[in-house]
Write a protein that binds this ligand. Structure first.
Ligand code: URA
Length: 189
């Protein structure tokens, strides 16, 4: 898809905020550019910054395990983040950084036209679903925006820190599996 490659090439040159000064790599995203499911995290961590790929560290390993529960292979989805460059010391991305970066995700979404968007954690849910999203109360619920079904689950890093959240996340994953079966045409789970 050459429009995709053009977008990626432009993003890799981005100097839209101060994170460009400390990044090693822009992390545009990874996966199938015809995916029916888009997963969106918060921002690259150290390993992602080093490798230029999303979710390749410990949280990424857990994400793979979570997808495995619903028989969803990473190669069948597209994975990206709200901000494409690593915030120093993995702090939350600032609003000014998110605002500078969100256009890349909008364009990715326009080209991909996913059926389902899964927000990984609070930061993505607030940026994509609604500004006052409360992850503890609203994870696993479904929202419709412009014909796209959206939900949020706990961020894999939160599940590494707090295993007591895992049973709820299991239920959320089963709900995502059911939604994929309902809506997706070429994604088998
Ligand atoms: N956490 C995120 O939110 N995104 C990544 O790519 C890695 C860890």
């Amino acid at each position: 898809m050459d429009r995709w490659e053009t977008l990626e090439a432009a993003c890799l040159q981005c100097r839209g905020c101060a994170l460009e000064q400390t990044r090693a790599h822009v992390v545009f995203g990874d996966g199938a550019t015809d995916a029916e499911i888009l997963l969106v995290g918060e921002g690259p961590g150290q390993h992602e910054d080093e490798q230029g790929l999303p979710f390749v560290g410990k949280a990424g390993q857990l994400l793979d395990d979570m997808l495995e529960i619903i028989h969803l292979d990473r190669s069948k989805v597209y994975v990206t983040n709200i901000v494409k460059c690593r915030p120093p010391q993995n702090r939350d991305p600032l609003n000014v950084e998110q605002d500078a970066c969100i256009g890349w995700l909008r364009k990715q979404t326009e080209l991909l036209r996913p059926k389902i968007i899964v927000c990984l954690g609070r930061i993505a849910a607030k940026a994509i679903i609604k500004d006052d999203f409360r992850i503890t109360a609203e994870h696993g619920q479904w929202f419709q925006r412009g014909g796209v079904q959206m939900t949020a689950i706990y961020h894999p890093s939160a599940l590494l820190r707090d295993v007591s959240k895992r049973p709820e996340t299991f239920q959320d994953l089963k709900s995502i599996q059911a939604k994929i079966r309902e809506l997706c045409v070429h994604t088998e789970v």
